[in-house]
Design a protein around this ligand. Structure first.
Ligand SMILES: [Zn+2]
Length: 305
């Protein structure tokens, strides 16, 4: 029996017969673009745990601090480029209208690679969406890439001269005091302002303790449920045996035979215990172009911008 690890020929056979394809992408997809993700334990920003800044409570307590953190992430995301993994997924989407891509990344790199918006769902929102922080207002502003976003957040829009030493810029040096930013210096919701209220705009990302967009989730469920079998579930830059990828793979399998294909730096045997499953060990930027090549052709310059 042929190996189910790093077997391009086996994947090409599946791809040739596949109609409906679902991808679930995690932080590993953007790693090769050079972005820190700050998710999970040990993600420090200055001397703050990044997870402590990504909550509604932190925003309520010190919106200026939380905005500086997000303004820095917006700035950094604008400095990097989509990699060959983003380009390969975007090219596959253009070739196959029955390919839906879910991403946990908020960095906007898939849209920048030209991924058709109708075939992309950003599970955790986007750094470049602004939304009203008031629960009674649903104002939302998509695709705001202003950098700096406003004068008070300009200290976050400074690039480190050496990207491998980000702590060398004043904003990231914990011995440098942070600028104090009052709420009145932060972006305000224009809709609330019209009705004489004052509400801050906040980053349009899902914070810890918040639920994902219910409409988006039911659209994804409907996509899985309302067509033929999902032939391939691609799990890119995250683990296929933990939520949410594991949940989507399980749901897809109820429709028929689904090959779950993992592309991740870390793979483990339980990802390919079923004979229809495959795994590729390494970065999305190394593998996806080769995997999709029979359909999308060779990516120019290996697909890296
Ligand atoms: Zn509002």
């Amino acid at each position: 029996m042929a190996s189910r690890l790093n077997n391009l020929a086996a994947f090409h056979q599946k791809l040739a017969k596949a109609n409906r394809i679902l991808a679930i992408c995690g932080a590993g997809l953007s790693a090769a673009s050079g972005l820190p993700t700050f998710r999970g334990a040990g993600g420090l920003w200055r001397n703050y745990e990044a997870t402590d800044l990504a909550t509604p409570e932190a925003f309520a307590e010190d919106p200026g601090l939380v905005w500086l953190f997000y303004a820095y992430r917006r700035h950094m995301a604008l400095q990097v480029k989509p990699n060959a993994g983003h380009h390969a997924l975007a090219a596959l989407a253009k070739k196959n209208p029955n390919f839906l891509c879910l991403t946990q990344n908020v960095d906007n790199l898939s849209p920048r690679a030209g991924h058709p918006p109708s075939q992309l769902r950003t599970l955790h929102g986007s750094l470049f969406t602004l939304k009203c922080s008031s629960r009674s207002c649903n104002y939302m502003e998509p695709s705001n890439t202003a950098d700096p976003l406003c004068p008070s957040l300009a200290p976050a829009s400074v690039s480190p001269p050496d990207p491998s030493q980000p702590a060398k810029i004043p904003l990231l040096d914990p011995s440098h005091p942070l600028p104090r930013i009052s709420p009145s210096q932060l972006p305000q919701c224009p809709r609330c302002q019209e009705s004489g209220k004052q509400s801050l705009l906040r980053p349009g990302v899902i914070w810890f303790g918040e639920s994902l967009d219910a409409t988006m989730l039911s659209e994804i469920d409907a996509w899985i449920d309302q067509g033929g079998p999902v032939d391939i579930v691609l799990v890119v830059g995250t683990s296929s045996v933990v939520y949410p990828a594991a949940g989507y793979a399980e749901r897809a399998r109820t429709k028929g035979v689904t090959s779950v294909v993992t592309v991740n730096k870390e793979v483990e045997k339980r990802m390919w215990t079923r004979q229809e499953d495959l795994a590729f060990q390494g970065g999305a930027e190394e593998w996806l172009g080769k995997m999709f090549e029979p359909l999308i052709g060779a990516l120019p310059g290996g697909g890296n911008e």
